[in-house]
Design a protein around this ligand. Structure first.
Ligand code: AKG
Ligand code: FE2
Length: 329
């Protein structure tokens, strides 16, 4: 193909001449067959740089960053938040090109389940073990894996040596695979993974800055450590459909309308760069406790409304700075 980097990828598409992305029957068939699509050049270099500023300079995001070690102790840096914001990181996920495409692929109105930045610093950025995102989301009272996907947006060029994603195309057709504990890590049943690797093959998803991979929640994936001198930064936006609203509240949001914006909204925003202060970040070390509380409450009382759930979110934000102090000092 013209970029010269996707020789063994099957499901690669690009924008049309007018800068729009259309989910044609061919795109939809490809997503259903392989469980993923790649859109090359979803964002221009200028637009990608605005998203990158979300990681580098958004003042509200900086305190939301937390480290995560893999099994060898190699560290990644993450930030995870709930609502699709009114700034660079949110506008890309709400754009007609991306959110509009996801709606067509999933076949219903979609909302923002959560977003995260995944930064693998040079040399130190750690690995991810084989998993399906739905392997975890299943436990969040979500019932229809076909209604969920992740848009994995390359904010840096991503190659094999800086920890590109590896996927097993077609593995979304295997259903939810049991996730088991191996040496303190929860990962997809490795005996099955070996079989699927043999049967379906593994593809390395090499992306240029501004490309996006959209993959089904049951696609098996992993990634290696960053062995290069270049950072690997990704914005991963998780979507869920309105009709698949979780049946119990948990540490990610229930359905909430996600207004779409035109594709030029990101560049428009770039003229003033007003960062959105309303994003609710969390640290999994808190969320686990939070999740336990929510579960306990949910078993005793009726489902809280979206509004009361938001209150819980605000409490977390309130205690968050204290918690970090305790952790890092
Ligand atoms: O960033 C990566 O390489 C994988 C991240 C991932 O799979 C996840 O966060 O669920
Ligand atoms: Fe994942």
């Amino acid at each position: 193909m013209e970029t010269g980097i996707d020789s063994d990828l099957d499901s690669v598409f690009k924008l049309s001449g007018d800068g729009r992305f259309t989910v044609t029957p061919e795109v939809l068939d490809s997503y259903k067959k392989y469980g993923y699509i790649i859109i090359r050049g979803l964002l221009t270099a200028e637009e990608s740089s605005l998203v990158e500023e979300g990681w580098n300079v958004d003042p509200y995001l900086q305190p939301g960053k937390y480290p995560q070690a893999d099994d060898k102790g190699d560290l990644m840096e993450l930030a995870v938040w709930d609502d699709a914001s009114n700034d660079a990181t949110g506008l890309v996920g709400r754009s007609e090109n991306l959110a509009g495409a996801v709606e067509k692929l999933l076949g219903d109105e979609v909302y923002h389940y959560h977003s995260k930045f995944l930064c693998k610093p040079p040399q130190t950025g750690g690995s991810f073990i084989w998993h399906q995102d739905y392997g975890y989301w299943y436990h969040n009272s979500l019932h229809f894996p076909d209604d969920m996907c992740t848009a994995f947006l390359a904010v840096d060029d991503i190659r094999q040596d800086n920890g590109c994603l590896k996927i097993i195309p077609g593995s979304h057709k295997c259903g939810r695979i049991e996730h088991l504990k191996y040496d303190d890590q929860i990962q997809a049943d490795l005996e099955r993974v070996e079989y699927y690797k043999e049967k379906l093959g593994v593809q390395e998803v090499v992306l240029n800055k501004g490309d996006v991979l959209i993959f089904h929640s049951n696609i098996l994936h992993r990634s290696d450590k960053n062995d290069s001198d270049r950072r690997r930064l990704v914005l991963a936006i998780a979507y869920n459909t309105k009709r698949n609203n979780p049946t119990k509240p948990h540490h990610h949001p229930q359905y909430k309308e996600m207004p779409k914006v035109t594709n030029d909204a990101l560049l428009e925003w770039g003229k003033n760069k007003l960062w959105d202060s309303t994003k609710v970040f969390y640290d999994p070390r808190i969320s686990k406790k939070h999740m336990d509380n929510i579960k306990r409450e949910a078993s005793q009382v009726a489902l809280p409304t979206a509004q009361s759930f938001q209150c819980v979110g605000e409490c977390i934000v309130a205690i968050y700075p204290l918690y970090r102090l305790q952790f890092y000092l």
